[in-house]
Design a protein. Structure first.
Lengths: 308, 138
C-alpha cells in the first residue's frame, strides 16, 4: 500500500521509534545499507530554493545505492508553463519510485500525494509543515539525551511562522513528561490554536516568556529558530523583529552542562559562531542526523509501498 | 401567519432563528424557479423561536451545507402531501466546495480545479480546517 509522509503526525510514536532505530543502525553499519535502493529513483521536486534539504535527500538516496532526478526551482519545471501540482505528481510517478517535494504553497505535498501513484515526502510546504526536519530533530535529541521523554524543551525565536517549531511541538507532545518553554517576542508568539490543540487540550505543561536568559537554567534542549524574511508580507516588521534573540556565550553562563543547542539552519545571526565549538552545540550534528533519518524514511516508505 | 402546506417538496425545520438566510444562500435556493418560503422567527416549543424553509419541489439539497450551518436541523421530505422521510442533520466530517479557503498561501489559491475541502477537527467547538493548509474556517 502506498504510504506518504505529509505531516509528522502521520506517523505513530512506534513508527517514529522504528525510524530512529533504523537510522541508528545505518549510522552503526552504513555498508549494510549501501545497496538497499539499487535501481530505485528518488525525484526531488523543489518548487522553491533549498540547498540543504534537497542535498540531504539526494545524499540519502545515493548512500542507499539509489539514483536521483528532479529540479531545484519552479522556473526549470513545467510549473513555469502552468502545470498543476496534481499533473506533475502523476507524470513524475511514471519516472521515479518516490517523490520528495518542496513547494511554497501550503498543502501542495498533500495534493501531490493524492495524485501520485508512488510515495510522496513533504520536504517543506511554505510555513506549514516540514516533517523530515522534525525527524532530524528527534534523532538528534534521542542521540544527545538518550530519550524523547522527561525533557524541558525551550523553543526560541519565531514561533509564529516557524513551521519546524510547530512540527517539533506536535511530535514531542506525544512523549511522557515533556514541558515546553516558549521564548519569543510578543509579535511572534506561538499561535493560540497551536497552543490550544497541541498543548492545552493534551494537558502538556508550557510557559511563555520573552526572557531567554531567565529560563536558560531550566532547559534540557534549546531550539533556536531564524526569523524568516520570506514569511513576512511587510519588510518593516521583519527588520524590526529579526534580531530579537541572538545566542552568545554570555547568555549560556547559566545553562546546564548537558544542554543541547539545536537550530534547523540556515542561521543568519541567531547563534554566534563563537558557540560552534561549544560541546553543547548540536546544530551541525542535526544536519547529519537529518540525512540518516531521510535514509530510514525512504527505506520505510519504499518497503511499505512494495517497491523494495 | 399561514403558509400553504406543500405537496411534493422539502421542509427544512428547526433552523436556529436567524440562520435561514445563510442556508438559503449556501444551498443556492435563489436559483430555483419553484416557490420557496422562508419563515423567520416562527414559534418553537423547545427554543422559543426558529426559522423554517419550505421548498415546493423535490430537489436534491446538500445536507452537508445544512449540517455545517446549523447542526440539529430537521429535513422533511414530503410526497403527495405526506411526510415520507425525516432526517436530523449532524455536522458532516468533511465539507467539499461548500466553504472556500481564503489563505493566499494555500495551494487552493493556485491549483487548477482543486476541490476546497474542510475537515471537522473539533466537534465540540465546531471547528473546520482546510484539508490542505489547516487554516480555520471563519
Amino acid at each position: 500500500m502506498k504510504r506518504s509522509l505529509i505531516s509528522i503526525q502521520d506517523f505513530s510514536v512506534e513508527e517514529l521509534q522504528e525510524l530512529i532505530d533504523t537510522a541508528n543502525d545505518i549510522i552503526a553499519r552504513p555498508e549494510a545499507y549501501s545497496e538497499c535502493c539499487r535501481g530505485r529513483k528518488l525525484a526531488t521536486l523543489f518548487f522553491e530554493p533549498s540547498t540543504r534539504t534537497r542535498l540531504s535527500f539526494e545524499a540519502a538516496m545515493l548512500e542507499l545505492g539509489g539514483s536521483v532526478l528532479g529540479f531545484s526551482e519552479a522556473q526549470s519545471s513545467s510549473a513555469a508553463k502552468g502545470e498543476s501540482v496534481a499533473d506533475t505528481a502523476k507524470v513524475i510517478s511514471c519516472y521515479a519510485d518516490i517523490i520528495a517535494i518542496r513547494h511554497p504553497k501550503e498543502g501542495a505535498p498533500l495534493v501531490a500525494a493524492m495524485n501520485a501513484t508512488i510515495p510522496v515526502i513533504n520536504a517543506g510546504d511554505g510555513g506549514h509543515n516540514h516533517p523530515t526536519q522534525t525527524l532530524a530533530d528527534l534523532l538528534t535529541i534521542h542521540r544527545e539525551k538518550g530519550r524523547l521523554s522527561h525533557l524541558t524543551v525551550g523553543v526560541c525565536g519565531d514561533l509564529k511562522f516557524g513551521r519546524t517549531v510547530h512540527s517539533l511541538i506536535a511530535a514531542l507532545s506525544r512523549y511522557e513528561d515533556v514541558r515546553f518553554v516558549l521564548i519569543s517576542p510578543e509579535e511572534l508568539k506561538l499561535p493560540s490554536y497551536v497552543k490550544k490543540e497541541l498543548l492545552r487540550e493534551r494537558g502538556i505543561p508550557y510557559t511563555q516568556t520573552t526572557d531567554l536568559e531567565a529560563v536558560m537554567p531550566e532547559l534540557d534542549i534549546l531550539y533556536m529558530t531564524r526569523v524568516q524574511r520570506e514569511r513576512f508580507f511587510n519588510e518593516e516588521d521583519y527588520l524590526r523583529l529579526k534580531d530579537s534573540y541572538i545566542l552568545t556565550p554570555d547568555k549560556l553562563a547559566n545553562a546546564r552542562d548537558d544542554l543541547c543547542i539545536m537550530h534547523p539552519l540556515p542561521r543568519v545571526n541567531e547563534i554566534s559562531v563563537t558557540i560552534d565549538d561549544d560541546p553543547r552545540a548540536c546544530y551541525f550534528k542535526q544536519v547529519l542526523y537529518g540525512k540518516y533519518m531521510r535514509m530510514a524514511l525512504i527505506l520505510k516508505l519504499l518497503k511499505e509501498s512494495g517497491s523494495l | 401567519m399561514n403558509i400553504d402546506a406543500i405537496q411534493n417538496g422539502i421542509v427544512i425545520d428547526h433552523i436556529s432563528a436567524g440562520r435561514s438566510l445563510r442556508l438559503y444562500e449556501l444551498l443556492g435556493l435563489e436559483k430555483l424557479d419553484c416557490s420557496v418560503a422562508i419563515i423567520k422567527n416562527a414559534h418553537s416549543e423547545k427554543r422559543g423561536k426558529k426559522d423554517i424553509i419550505k421548498i415546493d419541489a423535490d430537489i436534491p439539497v446538500n445536507l452537508d451545507v445544512i449540517g455545517y450551518v446549523d447542526p440539529g436541523v430537521s429535513v422533511n421530505l414530503i410526497r403527495d402531501g405526506v411526510l415520507v422521510e425525516k432526517k436530523t442533520i449532524d455536522m458532516p466530517e468533511t465539507l467539499t466546495n461548500v466553504i472556500f479557503c481564503r489563505n493566499p498561501r494555500c495551494i487552493c489559491s493556485t491549483e487548477q480545479e482543486l476541490n476546497h475541502v474542510f475537515k471537522l477537527t473539533d466537534r465540540k467547538n465546531k471547528v473546520y480546517r482546510c484539508l490542505y493548509c489547516e487554516t480555520k474556517a471563519t
